[in-house]
Ligand binder design. Structure first.
Ligand code: ANZ
Ligand code: ZN
Length: 860
């Protein structure tokens, strides 16, 4: 073939690799293992550039590791349950299963066209019964361990999707992560997983994740949100215990009132007859507010006195008990001791309701007074009015007030040091159809009865009516719902909720290690052999939930004796976004501001086709609404997948955003064409067939150095931080060095050409394979060993030396790298170049800078 025609070679090699089983992961082998994983996609029906980038990055890593002698597990699958299928089904009258499997078929075809080196034998789809069988089985494990439980809770109800969503799935504006609807509060009985039991470990083990971006670890740590402090038990006048959580137990002597969450169980008994109406009215108001609203810091404080008092355990002060909505029931104990002098919210509350303010931390050189204070003092100082703590420096360090306060509380049995987490238990039930049925049966006599393991999977029934309204669709299927209790035989009912789809993706990476196992969730030998994932690649949008849930599942399954490792993902790479060019009208807003490039007549001078106003050029994440997407299939049809891969890898380091740029795509296409011609010449002209005996010439040594520099740089780029962009530059440099070489008959030239093709293979696998075979090799280029650096080839034995006369540069000569100062002076003096300028003149002084230059000072 004389011209590079990607279409002609790409599908051919994809079929051949398939046949040869090149990408199969080997379970049994003495080779070291490497597990390369891309986050699996939701089968939306269309592959976009973001996917292509994600999968290309992982693919290069997998291919390099294979060539380096690892047995590689590089699987792919489908995160296939979820609402879009259900909504599509409602909109178009198809079945969610049909919609999903059609999309999977389409996307699998698209993926195959990308030539990614997946072991398709291990494909999983979370919506298929042979997968969710084991999702249900894991749920039963949680149930056995007491970590799956039901409770009545105030939950987030998404009025658009008509389902409950987890706290984590509500954004900072109180909107559902999926539908974008403002969530409402409802009291419902729901299933939870007790992730809070693992809060401490999930936090502590972040320190072991050296291969994770700091940013992601920080996001997880904040999400887990550990606060240290103490629980202190007050006594109400009626003699009930009333425990609070505080991060500042040292300020206990400054607690002048208490505040309970309006939902606190003691409110009812504490409220006096006179206060009943006011308290009830306030409780009603509070229940209508979202948790997020209640957490807003500078809100006008509201609250009601219960009519009761509590006794401060350290000084027996009698302090009033109030309720206020800024205290949340779901955090700590749902009750606080209010220290208005040192907590701003408490201060505002105290001023509004005219409650006492007592200063217990006196800042250096000040004389704060509770009566005249204008805001709380949260900072340092010395403890005052605090009995045994008086005179101690305020703070959390050793020997400081907090430590002393906790010791005092513990020795007097009034409280204890403790930690509190922001993380809540994971609400997993959803009132939707397209998900994993929860394998539990509600029996009027036995209560909740797990579906026996032998009866798994509880198959999702097919003939269901979907309307998107009115609760769980499964609840309407009487025949499915009504079953005898597995334990006592009494007529009972199946649980009609399905699981949060984040459960499906919390263990799929484990299933890949033994995807076809029909007897077990996975063979412990296989899972322990392949895990942990050595390199995980995916979007930053999963930095919190998916990764936290997966870490939780891993730790839980380890504690059930099914795994022998603590963390699922050794290294994590969060790839940047793929951005496309679009135009923006700064005078418009929302969707109207975007003008896609195909509506811009003159890109040099872009104007709004509707108003004629000038437009701004911007790169933004590719999306339908901005009309700036580039379809992978179009790029492939035009340039081939190898060019698309090369461009994606070259344009930006993996973790940075990438601006799509047609000129740079062209550039990579030209580069691959140059490599093609280099090889065609090589073969046609019979290059590289010269004599191998004898000393190497300078040209040969230089070329060999270029070859091994490329190997070294590319290896470093890959093994360091996956700097594929510089690795591609190195490939281009090597290709140039080969084109420019003056020793094309030499066997070194052959070494260079072959090395180029092998180094190119992980990046542009199809063209590399084709050219490798053109070179006369029968075996796949992907089975070749990744080249190793010969350090000796890197040694530079000659260097350029600048010749100056009277400080003026006259040119350079070549000298041995090892030459000393005296030798350099001699060589310079005798050189033809220097002689032109100094012959016949008196040399007054010679300045030698080894490795750089020689300067002659002569008399004029
Ligand atoms: C007394 C005190 C004095 C407090 C002081 C702070 C400063 P983080 O850091 O978020 O854990 N608190 C405890 N439970 C609460 C709840 N359910 N709703 C609202 N606020 C609650 O915050 C812990 C602090 O927030 C606790 O320490 C408590 O106020 C309050 F100078 O107790 B502090
Ligand atoms: Zn029963």
């Amino acid at each position: 073939e004389s011209r590079y025609n990607p279409a002609a070679i790409e599908e051919k090699w994809q079929a051949t690799w398939d046949e040869q089983g090149l990408d199969k992961a080997l379970d049994d082998s003495s080779k070291p293992k490497f597990y390369a994983l891309s986050m699996f996609p939701y089968p939306s029906g269309n592959l976009h550039m973001g996917h292509v980038r994600n999968y290309t990055i992982t693919d290069v890593i997998a291919r390099v590791r294979r060539m380096q002698g690892y047995r590689v597990l590089h699987p792919m699958g489908w995160d296939a349950f979820g609402l879009p299928a259900e909504n599509a089904a409602i909109d178009r009258g198809t079945h969610p299963a049909k919609w999903t499997y059609q999309n999977i078929a389409t996307m699998k075809g698209q993926l195959k066209r990308l030539g990614l080196s997946y072991d398709w034998d291990r494909e999983v789809a979370t919506c298929s019964a042979d997968y969710y069988h084991w999702t249900q089985w894991i749920f039963l494990e949680f149930l056995k361990a007491g970590l799956a439980y039901r409770k009545e809770a105030s939950v987030n109800w998404d009025p658009v999707d008509q389902t409950v969503v987890a706290n984590e799935q509500v954004d900072a504006d109180g909107r559902s992560w999926r539908s974008g609807a403002l969530v409402e509060k409802r009291m419902l009985e729901q299933w939870f997983l007790k992730i809070t039991d693992y809060a401490e470990q999930l936090l502590a083990d972040l320190d072991t994740l050296n291969g994770w971006p700091d940013k992601v670890k920080l996001m997880q740590a904040n999400w887990i949100g550990k606060s240290t402090g103490a629980e202190v038990t007050f006594t109400t006048e009626a003699g009930d215990d009333l425990t609070v959580f505080t991060t500042r137990p040292d300020t206990l002597w400054g607690a002048t009132f208490m505040v309970l969450s309006p939902e606190h169980p003691l409110v009812e008994t504490l409220t006096t007859a006179e206060q009943k109406d006011a308290v009830h009215a306030y409780q009603k108001d509070a229940s209508a507010k979202s948790e997020l609203d209640r957490m807003v810091e500078d809100r006008e404080k509201t609250g009601v006195w219960t009519g009761s008092y509590a006794i401060n355990p350290v000084n027996d002060a009698k302090i009033p008990i109030w309720i206020a909505d800024y205290v949340l029931m779901g955090y700590g104990t749902g009750a606080i001791m209010a220290v208005p002098a040192h907590d701003q919210r408490d201060f505002e509350f105290a001023r509004k309701f005219d409650l006492a303010v007592t200063v217990v931390v006196q800042p250096e050189g000040e004389d704060l007074d509770g009566d005249t204070l204008t805001e709380a003092w949260p900072g340092d100082g010395v403890m005052v009015h605090s009995g045994p703590l008086d005179g101690i420096p305020a703070g959390k360090g050793a020997g400081q007030s907090v430590e002393k306060a906790i010791a005092h509380l513990e020795s007097t049995n009034k409280g204890k040091g403790t930690a509190n987490f922001r993380l809540r238990d994971w609400l997993i039930s959803r009132q939707r159809y397209w998900g994993v049925p929860i394998p539990a049966i509600h029996c009027p006599d036995c209560g909740i009865v797990p579906v026996p393991e032998a009866d798994l999977p509880v198959v999702l029934p097919e003939n269901v009516e979907l309307s998107g309204r009115g609760g769980s669709p499964l609840a309407k299927l009487d025949e499915w719902v009504n079953v005898p209790c597995p334990s006592c035989g009494t007529p009972a009912k199946r649980d009609t909720d399905t699981m949060d789809t984040f459960i499906d993706s919390s263990w799929y990476f484990l299933r890949y290690t033994d995807a076809r196992n029909e007897e077990q969730v996975f063979d412990p030998k296989k899972v322990n052999d392949w895990m942990a994932v050595d390199q995980y690649v995916g979007g930053i949008e999963h930095a919190i939930l998916h990764l936290l849930y997966s870490r939780f599942f891993t730790k839980f399954l380890r504690d059930r004796g099914l795994l022998n490792f603590d963390e699922p993902f050794q290294r994590l790479l969060t790839q940047g976004m793929v951005q496309g060019l679009t135009y923006r009208n700064p005078n418009k807003s929302d969707k109207n501001q975007w003008v896609p490039s195909d509506r811009v007549a003159d890109p040099e001078n872009p104007t709004d086709p509707e108003t004629g106003e000038p437009l701004e050029r911007v790169y933004a994440t590719m999306s339908k609404s901005k009309g700036n997407g580039v379809a992978p299939e179009d790029v492939i049809a035009r340039y081939g997948i190898d060019t698309a891969r090369m461009f994606i890898l070259f344009k930006a380091p993996p973790e940075k955003d990438l601006e799509w740029d047609d000129a740079d795509v062209e550039g990579q296409s030209r580069f691959l064409n140059r490599v093609w011609r280099l090889l065609t010449d090589f073969i046609e002209k019979g290059q590289g067939d010269g004599d191998a005996s004898g000393e190497w010439s300078k040209a040969e040594k230089d070329l060999r150095r270029a070859i091994h520099t490329a190997i070294k740089e590319i290896t470093d780029d890959i093994e360091g931080d996956y700097q594929f962009n510089t690795a591609v530059s190195e490939l281009m440099k090597l290709s140039n060095a080969l084109s420019d070489a003056t020793c094309k008959a030499s066997p070194i030239y052959r070494e260079g050409v072959e090395t180029l093709i092998i180094l190119l293979a992980p990046f542009a696998p199809h063209i590399a394979e084709e050219l490798w075979h053109e070179l006369g090799h029968a075996e796949s280029v992907h089975l070749q060993a990744f080249p190793k650096v010969d350090p000796e080839a890197l040694v530079v034995d000659e260097i350029p030396l600048v010749i100056q006369v009277m400080g003026k540069t006259r040119g350079t000569i070549t000298v041995p790298a090892a030459a000393d100062k005296v030798m350099l002076e001699t060589l310079a003096k005798e050189s033809e170049l220097a002689q032109k300028y100094i012959a016949g003149k008196e040399i007054k002084k010679v300045i030698v800078v080894p490795g750089k230059l020689v300067n002659f000072v002569v008399s004029q």
